[in-house]
Design a protein around this ligand. Sequence first.
Ligand SMILES: Cc1ncc(COP(=O)(O)O)c(C=O)c1O
Length: 383
Amino acid sequence: MPQIAAHARAVPASGIRRVTELAWSLPGAVVLSVGEPDLPTAPHVLAAARDALDRDDTGYTPNGGIAPLRDAVAAWLDAGHAPPVRRDNVWVTAGGAQALHLGLSLTVGAGDGVLVPDPGYPPFTMATHLLQAEAQPYPLRAEDGFLPDPAAVAAAITDRTRVLLLNSPSNPLGTTLPAELVAELVDLARRHDLWVLSDECYAAFTGGEPHVPAARFDTDGRVLTLHTFSKTYAMTGFRVGVLVVPDTMAPLMPTLQESVISCVNTPAQYAALAALTGPQDAVDHARATYRAHRDLATALLDERGIPWLPATGGIYLWADLSHATGGDVAAWAEELVRTRGVAVAPGSAFGPGGEGWVRISLTASADDLRTGLSRLPARTGGA
Ligand SMILES: Cc1ncc(COP(=O)(O)O)c(C=O)c1O
């Protein structure tokens, strides 16, 4: 038999799925480990998908997506990006996941390096491996509030590095990068002649300070931006995301998209169009809900003496369980599911820098947060 390709086998497995699947197999277990909105998709979004099916609008679309959706995305993003965002810059993808894959496909080849945040979203590393490139972690340290230190990012650059991957608001940290830091990081990429791949999938969920797109500081067309409809509009299963590319890449895009998905599911694109152009009350409600869940979760953690990182954006809370994890948070999290029936994502699943920490998903219901967090081992007194 021929061998399975080595780079396919080299893709690291997700440590989040392990605890989550274990929890799903145990009756009564509470799942706080996945970012699945516990909110319904808005009725007008569902109706748009249904209408597309009813009129049998189910054929291929252009590779980049239906024109009104691309135009609506361009209109939404144009003011925040320095280079103009036009239809040709906007590529509709199969979720943020395929936007990531496409963005990396455009910028790295075998042996090239991608600077990824540690801790960071595991597919940053997984997708890099799949392209036979090398993930080059840059540390996000507790003493810096888990924000990137430009000097530490610069220290991780080698002559193979091609891409600086940024993620704000962050999964798993719930941090958002302030404007000066984003500007500094884009400038660093410019000085080292790197592409910037900026994952802004949680842009809708910031607390107070507005979201800062990396492309705001793009002076020479080196920033690619990822978005998704998944979390903002509770549309995870529709699989619609966006990659915004510089003008220089636009001519290549039809071929690249053709070679992987051709185009995104047509009714799903109409649903995304309705989501973006229709009433935004569901997004406002989701934002308020996740903020309320954050406040509930931090109060519950405080009762148990468990430290947490202030979350200024996104849909997750990052909590320090190092008093209980014995130096192996992954093994501890599995044991926690078995013995106490609650799944949290072990911090080490996001990189070595997450050891001792866990990610709690604020998309879970308030009841699940109350039950699940009451099962965490207290740091002072308590259970
Ligand atoms: C930071 C980040 N980027 C991208 C994605 C992928 O989004 P999608 O589910 O639309 O593929 C996620 C999903 O959790 C994410 O957290």
